[in-house]
Write a protein that binds this ligand. Structure first.
Ligand code: SF4
Length: 346
């Protein structure tokens, strides 16, 4: 049992290659791919278009195994948080966010995170390890299997635990499986990678031709404040980040989304808004303003912005910047902010 190889997470090419290596037809790889990722069939015996011989052989050496769903918490606003237990006992989270007509799933790319953002619960877990391709995919598969018959995940954001660009190859392979019409069939325009500002990752994704959307968790355009809030700024300063985004938008023709957390007196002031306007100038973008969501264990000097200040900030930004939305904090009662639930369990 323990030395069986888990096929969940294998790409189409890997499955086809495996079939050839085992002396079977290449197209059996495609059939297994569809059974696993399109039909959620995880028992080889139920893969009825495979020969009995192949099924027996697979059974002997391979298995298809997904993480365990440990906890499901439903918020008053219908946001749902899922806690998954991985094979090695590590915990990760995903959050389903209804925003009619969209149903978005926020997924994790790492267990914990090494980047240490001061406002983030995941940062407090520290970095444990990267997620495997199958562990990334299974967040989507397991949530889909728990949906009501009329529901469907329409959008995906890699905005949960972890920095996706620090696990680029696995995130990319998972995205390619998610986009495949033989698998989950979710289009590239519905998938967003959110980065804390990993500049080499932005260049790599752009040059790699990965056609998904890019979001940047910016939170401050003031170098000193951002360095304090997000230590990654020391390695990749704002000027370098800005240059990488100009490159990305000019090469892809796609605008980026800036996520901007409003922390009272720190990031929500008019001087901060002025810096933000200067930072985004020349970058096709939209800005999402999100009010800070306090949580035990996070710095006590951080407080959410007042409603008045949120509107003052928004009114300064627009129309000086192309598009600004105020995003409601969802699922506060179920600890939906990134890492909150897992941090509590760890
Ligand atoms: S906000 Fe994102 S990048 Fe920053 S520590 Fe949390 S998970 Fe990591």
């Amino acid at each position: 049992m323990f030395d069986k190889t888990n096929l969940y997470g294998f790409t189409l090419e890997e499955l086809e290659e495996l079939m050839l290596d085992l002396g079977h037809k290449k197209y059996s790889g495609r059939q297994i791919f569809q059974w696993m990722y399109q039909k959620n069939v995880f028992d080889f015996q139920n893969m009825t278009n495979l020969s009995k011989k192949l099924r027996a052989e697979l059974e002997e050496k391979y298995l298809i195994s997904l993480p365990k769903v440990l906890e499901v918490k439903v918020s008053e606003d219908q946001t749902v948080k899922y806690l998954f237990e991985l094979e090695d006992g590590m915990l990760i989270e995903a959050v389903k966010i209804p925003d009619d007509p969209r149903l978005t799933l926020c997924m994790s790319s790492q267990v914990g995170c090494p980047l240490g953002c001061k406002f983030c619960k995941t940062a407090q877990i520290g970095f444990k390890r990267n997620l495997e391709v199958g562990e990334i995919l299974s967040q989507l598969a397991l949530v889909q299997m728990m949906l009501k018959p009329y529901e469907r995940i329409t959008n995906l954001v890699f905005m949960g635990m972890g920095e996706p660009f620090l696990n680029y190859d696995n995130v990319k392979n998972a995205i390619e499986i998610i986009m495949s019409v033989l698998a989950f069939g979710i289009g590239h325009s519905k998938i967003t990678i959110s980065t804390a500002g990993h500049v080499p990752g932005i260049y790599h994704m752009t040059d790699d031709g990965l056609k998904v959307r890019l979001a940047v968790s910016l939170n401050s355009a003031d170098p000193d404040i951002r360095r304090k809030l997000m230590p990654i700024t020391r390695k990749y300063p704002l000027d370098d980040l800005r240059r990488s985004l100009i490159y990305h938008t000019s090469q892809t023709g796609r605008r980026v989304t800036f996520e901007y957390l409003l922390i009272s007196g720190i990031t929500d002031t008019i001087p901060a808004a002025k810096k933000l306007v200067r930072f985004v100038e020349g970058i096709p973008c939209k800005i999402n303003l999100i009010n800070y969501n306090p949580s035990p264990g996070l710095p006590s000097e951080f407080e959410p912005s007042s409603e008045n200040q949120i509107f003052r900030f928004r009114d300064y930004l627009y129309p000086r910047t192309p598009a600004v939305t105020i995003r409601a904090s969802k699922g506060i009662d179920i600890k939906a902010a990134c890492g909150q639930l897992a941090a509590e369990h760890q």
